[in-house]
Ligand binder design. Sequence first.
Ligand code: GLC
Length: 580
Amino acid sequence: MREFSLLVMVALAASVSCVDNWWKSAVVYQIYPRSFKDSNGDGIGDLNGITQKLSYLKDTGIDAIWLSPMFQSPMYDFGYDIADYRKIAPEYGTMEDFDALMAAAKKLGIRVILDYVPNHTSNESDWFVKSAQRDPNYADYYIWAHGKPDPKNPDYVGPPNNWVSVFRKSAWEYNSVRGQYYLHQFVIGQPDLNYRSAKVREEMKDVLRFWLEKGVSGFRIDAVNMLYEVDPSNFNGQYPDEPVSGAAGLTPEDYDYLSHIYTRDQNETYDLIYDWRAVLDEYTEKHNESKIMMTEAYTKLPRMMRYYGDQTRNGSIPFNFLYLGELNNQSSAREIKTVIDKWMAYMPAGKVANWVNGNHDQSRLASRFGTDRVDAMNMLALILPGISVTYQGEELGMTDGYVSWKDTKDPQACNTDDPVNYWKSSRDPARTPFHWDANTSAGFSTSSSTWLPVADNYNTVNLAAQMSAAKSHYKFYKDVVAVKRLPAVRSGDLDVRALCESVLAVARLLPGHPVVIGVMNLSDKEVPVDLSSMHLLPQQLQVETSGIKCSLEKGAKVQKENVTMPSHCALVLTSLQKCC
Ligand code: GLC
């Protein structure tokens, strides 16, 4: 019997170790389907458009695409308000189109990751309609509460408490069918699911299984730190008011007016994430593929790190948003190093890092850092250890497009009701269509009218132009994606140095392989760089690839004490001798 269990253990260990953790050093490319490629000329991107462009992504060398939601939705929040988790939005295509996309991606060796939006559904979801009708099977699917009578005006029953939506104003909406308020932490059309209901937890696991059965390679999970609200049974069945944050210049309608101690980062969240990880793990052997799970939580680092797992259970890869939140076009090499060190220091041992340089909710990389820093910031996200996440268009250095108040679609901007300052909260500029070429609508659509306007600079900043130019952001990006495949970058040690205020060098070292070093000059001046203080760096180096601001070309040989870095040059060097 003992021998038998030993045998089983050995067999299990062998079967688990056979499965490749492909995502450990992957390039994940985020596609916002509405803005990637329109195949039918209606001005809205779609699934067939993505399928048509898979060969571009293959050629670029990325490992996986993450599709922002393409499920059935009234599109109040452009797909993040899902009416049916198992159906495709008709404006994006059909389930057959999705299956065709999956098959084409598989053929090319590109993995498909879906966006899983568990915090809320659409208010047009059947679940919500039934919950409002108090159908016993769905009655507790959402967060319902009675309103609070206004002591000054007994005829008026206001929201249950002071909670505010991320998109401004009360987070509660009255539903006359049910005669109660429901919670929506985002738009009115996004009622929050109630994860204190075991049925909801099971239902949502089945949603994961539905798409896993279709062969997807994992999920990006939306707004995870908002999944649970405080347990009302600890507050006499009420949802308590949140305290005022004290942040200056805000009104009670602004989200940051309150400290969200009851609606974010509740302890129960982590177990839910670990449970979802376990659902993904059910498919590891079945598909002979380790599934990826990345979670979105804008929160403090110690809390963020808990998503990775605890002593007994595996969790997710929490998105690293430090690049987005703590760096900008003024950041020095020292500040960038500090941000890198911070993530690596907080990350639990044995876990995989990740570097997110943009997404559909943030101003574009080129607009945040300035076009001069595009090569440097793209290179950094690719050369650091772990997963690199690229939002569509960042490889070209696309900038934020101008979107007038009249053309504005983002609910976050529309809810400001402010035709002058709306742009400060608008996410539309980062969502304008992808620039394929200099033709009609930048080659995104055959229609000249697109759901958001195409950015003005598409004539000069577009893929076709960058493919034919001798040097371009795209060509450099593609080269560095190839560099990410080198053994030292896949699994080597990391040595990050701020060699002066404006020069950052990142070396990756693996015994028996050439050292790979990314160097960037963030200043307006040429800087002579001496890399000899870097750990175990061989003497002779060669330029692997160089960005658009560099004069040293591929194959040029340099000595480590003497590398001339023109203003805003970003380049990758490899050592002629092996490490170390
Ligand atoms: C996430 C999404 C964002 C969406 C919100 C609500 O932050 O990235 O686009 O509006 O969740 O689902």
